[in-house]
Write a new protein. Structure first.
Length: 259
């Protein structure tokens, strides 16, 4: 980004953030903040689209250039970067943004300024949903847990389906007919909660996923309010379907196999 200035020393700081939700106003505010403290900064804001790099000294001009030079992008920006340095290279900031993460680099011969500047940018990004580790692995764990729990429930319901004795099946049904109502309700509740907790977490993480919208603002507010209409319908419909399916499965198991 920059080379050591005339002072003979330089502080180089780097931090990476995930899940940043950045819209047009957020980007302009962050870029303006990043340039504070850099006297007469030489600013370059750029993006790569269709194997072509576009750059300007400010975001509005870059947007107009990309609209005319790469209309096929259709507002779906997947990268953006800012570089701001002094002519003497005593202070500099570089921010690299893509769909998954935001990398911030600050360098300067003034150590106090460098640490203060990266702390300000960090606080701003945290207020826009930034976290310090990738949520990808957390999502994988949630998917594995959900699959395991549903698989275990399916195994319980179908266990014994290979019984070929009609007398044995009838015996199990008679045994199941007494005192199983409360047990069935408890079983349905247990598997419903076990299935819905990871589903809820996955839906929440989806609402909190990283976003880069250069030509419009991103939705703010609670994670529920940030979901689209279709996602909200799914968030309500899936639990209802899970409960209904579990209830039907337990009832069918009792009727047929006496589980």
């Amino acid at each position: 980004m920059t080379t050591p200035g005339p002072s003979g020393q330089q502080t180089d700081l780097r931090k990476v953030f995930y899940q940043c939700r950045l819209g047009r106003d957020d980007l302009e505010r962050m870029f303006s903040m990043a340039c504070e403290g850099i006297p007469l900064p030489e600013v370059r804001i750029s993006t790569v689209a269709a194997n072509t790099r576009f750059w300007k000294t400010n975001l509005p001009d870059l947007v107009e250039t990309v609209r005319s030079g790469a209309p096929e992008l259709n507002q779906d920006w997947n990268n953006l970067s800012l570089e701001a340095d002094t002519a003497s290279q005593e202070r500099g900031v570089k921010i690299i943004i893509d769909k998954d993460r935001t990398e911030v680099n600050v360098s300067g011969s003034d150590t106090t300024w460098a640490f203060g500047q990266i702390a300000r940018i960090e606080n701003f990004l945290v207020s826009r949903g930034a976290v310090f580790s990738s949520p990808r692995y957390e999502n994988i764990v949630a998917y594995i847990f959900l699959a395991f729990f549903l698989g275990a429930g399916t195994f319980f319901l179908v266990r014994g389906v290979d019984d070929d004795s009609a007398a044995e099946c009838m015996k199990r049904v008679r045994e199941a007919s007494s005192g199983r109502g409360a047990f069935d309700l408890a079983l349905i509740a247990l598997y419903t909660v076990g299935a819905l907790i990871p589903s809820y977490q996955l839906m929440k993480r989806r609402a909190s996923r990283a976003q880069l919208k250069v030509e419009e603002n991103v939705a703010s507010g609670s994670w529920w309010s940030r979901l689209s209409a279709g996602e909200r319908i799914a968030a309500i419909g899936i639990p209802v379907a899970v409960i209904a399916a579990l209830a039907a499965a337990v009832t069918a198991a009792n009727d047929v196999w006496g589980k």
